[in-house]
Design a protein around this ligand. Structure first.
Ligand code: GTR
Length: 341
């Protein structure tokens, strides 16, 4: 506890000094060193990710950093900070808006609180499969939505895979009826609160890093996520029941602060954008592997995984949520329909 507090103070002191000095150059960064690439670095940037070092998003971040370093001949160095070392997602996004942290990889759900149209990506059952999702993300509207983040002081660089999210709990959940009255943690996002409420459960928004102990102490009954996060967060140690309702396919987003972006030359901006897009392949390959392996880990650990034969009652229950948000972003909703073909 004490250690966490001390680290917290160090991080906030660093952030404060970064804000004051607008730190993007290597001379004021914490990473001065003697290697060739560090000596040459014109910019040293930080990239925040909530997941542990071997998690697929962090593997993608590392690939991105490596490509940028190579393609700028060491002029731009990106240091990846995994495991929420720089803070939980909501706080990190705020720091990115200020330019105190230059890069982050976050999920589109919490990001939608800063750029409302992204909430469409979290709507339940709007994407039939990962293939449908990627058809959309790689289309014009998908890239447009990354660009539109500029209105929120960020530039979206690329999407990463995150599979499908399903509910899990310390209590049995074998059907939609079992959701009633359960206290379920959700990401800090309005759509998720509405979605879980529509299913008759009580939604408890909370940062990711607090969920493990909230499950252990019974502050909440359950949460929801994809297989890899359910495993890497160790939530399955207390939640032994999962139901494959696959309510969302919310993608991950890699982004840069507009403050940092504006300092770069057009040529460097192009290198960064392309490196981000090129890192997607590595992230998605790692994702596919992790998805299979973590399902196995859960089964081996004795987690009861209930398949849902008929999703109709789930879809019916959350329809008002889809209608409410969808009516505000009709153009995006029709692009999602188009991507189904
Ligand atoms: C994960 C996602 C994280 C975080 C987390 C959560 O699937 O990759 O970025 O949003 O879910 O539930 O908070």
């Amino acid at each position: 506890m004490k250690k966490k507090f001390a680290v917290g103070i160090m991080v906030s002191l660093f952030l404060t000094s970064s804000i004051l000095t607008g730190c993007t150059s290597s001379s004021s960064s914490s990473s001065e060193g003697n290697t060739e690439s560090e000596k040459k670095a014109e910019y040293t940037f930080r990239l925040a990710d909530t997941h542990p070092p071997d998690y697929p998003t962090v593997v993608g971040d590392m690939k991105f950093a490596e490509l940028v370093n190579e393609r700028t001949d060491g002029r731009i160095k990106i240091e990846v900070f995994p495991s929420a070392q720089l803070g939980e997602e909501k706080a990190v996004i705020e720091q990115v808006q200020l330019g105190a942290i230059e890069f982050t990889r976050v999920n589109a759900s919490p990001l939608a609180e800063f750029n409302k149209e992204l909430s469409v990506l979290s709507l339940p059952y709007v994407f039939d499969s990962d293939e449908h999702l990627w058809n959309f993300l790689e289309g014009d509207m998908g890239s447009q939505m990354l660009d539109n983040l500029e209105d929120s002081k960020m530039i979206g660089l690329a999407y990463y895979s995150s599979g499908a999210r399903s509910f899990y709990s310390n209590k049995p959940i074998k059907s939609i009826e079992d959701m009633k009255g359960q206290k379920i943690r959700v990401q800090q996002s309005k759509v998720n609160i509405d979605l879980v409420s529509a299913l008759g459960a009580s939604a408890t928004p909370m940062p990711y890093g607090e969920v493990f102990s909230a499950l252990e102490t019974g502050v909440i009954d359950g949460a929801e996520n994809n297989y890899p996060s359910f495993v890497s967060s160790n939530h399955f140690q207390s939640s032994k029941n999962m139901i494959l309702d696959t309510h969302q396919r919310t993608p991950e987003v890699l982004l840069i602060s507009k403050a940092a972006w504006d300092k770069l030359s057009e040529e460097d901006q192009k290198i960064i954008k392309q490196a981000a897009l090129d890192s997607v392949k590595t992230q998605r390959e790692t994702w596919d592997k992790w998805e299979k392996e973590s399902e196995q880990t859960l089964r081996d650990a004795g987690v009861t995984i209930t398949e849902v034969d008929d999703l109709t009652p789930w879809k019916e229950a959350v329809k008002p949520v889809v209608e409410q948000y969808g009516s505000e972003f009709k153009e995006i909703m029709s692009a999602i329909d188009e991507a189904r073909k």
